[in-house]
Write a protein of this length. Structure first.
Length: 276
């Protein structure tokens, strides 16, 4: 166990080199502030408190799902490629395993190191996004408790699952291939597939999406179901408007089809799930 912790600390040091962090954090946090500014709801200063809360939930849920948690997976893919495959390419892995060290100690230590760094990076992005969204929206401070703050526990839990998935894939591929390039390319498929299919969702392909089973490789849809399941368990309740808006980046809900009752011409309690 002590050796595993040593590998974890070493991995964290390797993953937090100033040049590496600066190269990622400056564009990541800069784009976060920019997106918060352009997505912030307007004219919220005089809006009712409930309206402010729901608008903040709608914007922050999409921002955190589509950018704040997902984009750092590119950074995680690089880290996952370096920590195991890098050691294999340099030949230090063979020397290390010739010593009285269990393989599980090495692999688990590397995995935990990447997960901790990735999770701290995502949490930093979540708080920067929440702060800038609040400032640009000019919402009341009273609206934060039942909106952005209420979303944070579920979003952090969702982030933990996602940042465990990608390093696990990276460590497995790194052990199998021993190549940093191959490991990075395979691991980077996760954010690539997410964003490709998030764009597909915006096209609203309808029957084509179902006919060709595009929902099977659609990571935005699968991650969206995970995000919504966690938020339903620990987060605030999503209004039909928020559910409909969230469908535009995930396809979880049947967007535009179910939240207006055609007979009563009123808003129903919830948008139906796509149910693929």
């Amino acid at each position: 166990m002590s050796r595993m912790l040593l590998f974890t600390r070493k991995t964290m040091r390797d993953c937090t080199q100033p040049k590496l962090l600066i190269a990622f954090l400056i564009p990541y946090l800069g784009v976060t502030a920019f997106l918060s500014a352009i997505l912030a709801p307007e004219d919220m200063a005089g809006a009712p408190l409930f309206t402010q809360e729901q608008q903040l939930i709608e914007v922050y849920s999409q921002l955190s799902f589509a950018w704040l948690v997902t984009f750092p997976l590119v950074f995680v893919a690089i880290l996952a490629a370096v920590v195991v495959a890098g050691e294999s390419e340099r030949g230090t892995l063979r020397i290390l395993l010739s010593k009285p060290v269990h393989r599980w100690e090495f692999l688990l230590g590397k995995f935990l190191g990447v997960v901790i760094v990735a999770l701290l990076t995502v949490i930093a992005g979540l708080f920067v996004g929440a702060t800038t969204l609040f400032l640009f929206s000019e919402a009341s401070a009273m609206a934060l408790g039942d909106s952005v703050v209420a979303l944070l526990p579920g979003t952090i839990l969702y982030s933990l699952v996602i940042v465990c998935l990608v390093p696990a894939l990276g460590v497995a591929v790194g052990v199998w291939t021993g190549s940093r390039l191959k490991t990075a390319l395979v691991t980077a498929l996760v954010p690539v597939l997410f964003y490709v299919f998030a764009f597909v969702q915006l096209l609203r392909l309808g029957e084509t999406y179902e006919t060709y089973y595009l929902y099977v490789p659609d990571l935005s849809y699968h991650f969206g179901n995970l995000y919504i399941s966690i938020q339903e368990a620990v987060g605030p309740e999503f209004t039909p408007e928020t559910q409909d808006a969230f469908a535009s980046v995930s396809g979880v809900y049947d967007a535009g089809a179910g939240w207006v009752d055609p007979l009563l011409e009123g808003i129903v309690g919830s948008v139906p799930l796509s149910g693929y």
